[in-house]
Design a protein around this ligand. Sequence first.
Ligand code: NDP
Length: 467
Amino acid sequence: MTERRYDYDLFVIGAGSGGVRAARRASEAGARVAVAEESRVGGTCVIRGCIPKKFLVYASQFGEAFEDAVGYGWSYDKASFDWPTLIANKDREIARLEGVYRSNLEKSGVELINDRAVLAGGHEIELKRTGTTVSAERILISTGGRPNPHRALHGHELCITSDEAFELEKLPEKVVIAGGGYIAVEFAGIFATLGVETTILYRGKEILQRFDMDLRRLLHAEYENKGIHIRCQDVLGRIERKSDGWLRGTFLGGDCYDAEQIMLAVGRLPNTEGLGLEKLGIRQDKRGSICVDEYSKTNVEYVWAIGDVTDRMQLTPVAIHEAMCFVDTVFCGRPTKPDYGSVATAVFSQPELGTVGMTEDQARCDIDNLAIYKSVFRPLKNTLSGRSERMLMKLVVDADTDKVLGAHVLGPDAGEMAQLLGVSVKMGVTKSDFDRTMAVHPTAAEELVTMYKPSYTVRKGEVVEAA
Ligand code: NDP
């Protein structure tokens, strides 16, 4: 494929979800590929993100399941939970998955180099531990990101981030989580349902800024029903260690709060430090993310970047999609731009949130006539159990074209529903398509196809007709 001027046709820096997929696909397309990883293979998603997080979510859901079981005739003497057992089991499974990633690379013919790789100038890459230099015709940077340590905060070094939360030796009695995004909300649900007194501290007006307001409000209310304290429009001013080992956080408002752990979940930073980007003059934005064009190419002709090291959508499936588009474009002669339209996503809060497409507020800005279909109800399962938790389904519809612009769910299995709603919305589903779809009964999801009348309509941003 390449004149043998270089050691490799493609050198990938970073073996996370995106890097591994690109390396394997390029190798399967006939390229000589190496991937370097200084840490564990699998990246954020497998090692310290999506997968271990989901294990913690599953673990934390059993407490409520035991409570609910009583209404269904079950009784039990005493259920107890052991955090170290969970962490050990989680670690064992993550180690197994890492092994699978390694063997998949091997099976695809990719050379895995366990070393820190940095750009050395031109087409050369320096491997720090061995001190050797290799060359590649093309280079792909997929080094991902890491939690923002929030260095501007006095006492930030006393806090944990999600990285450490996965490794805690014991569950704290009391935790404060700073931030109101995915990670803050997911970990608040995990900690609280495992019995930790939990506070979310968010600088904005309502948690989960990028999501539909109805879901944000209902999740807020349900979190408070679970005993989670949510303090909005405030931030931490400083943190100190007390003599008893606990932490004291002083809010900018002036008052103090003591907690055993304070967790920072205030976004993630791209892993670009010390990568040697300046040697090639690779452009970065002010956050340090690598700037790329629509095909994930940097301003240097033979260097590309994908995943969280670029500032696009920080989601595993998006990084994988970018990887596949990169290989199609560069190694398969099929120029393909990543498609960021109607990306479905889930927040593994409790209750779960699943969503695709426009929020009502976004649609109000762009679309003249909207019909909003909304249903808030107590799922069937919660009747015998006596649980008061509600579920919310919402469709945002363009009233002129009948097109469903956004579908939003808060409640059990919302993430699973979002995956399927994602297919329909991507295909351009109309509200009439929902109406002529037979319900699957009795399910919670059937509510999505039985909301026949709009709850209200919106004209040029204003509600004109409320049900
Ligand atoms: P998010 O961008 O989701 O949230 C960051 C939060 O921190 C926001 O609430 C933001 O406030 C707040 N914040 C930022 N800077 C400061 C500051 N200086 N002081 C106080 N608050 C601040 O990031 P996360 O860290 O939660 O997650 C990173 C990314 O990882 C997510 O964006 C998501 O793409 C991905 N992820 C996906 C998951 C999933 O798919 N289920 C799960 C976990 C992560 P504001 O809203 O005002 O900007």
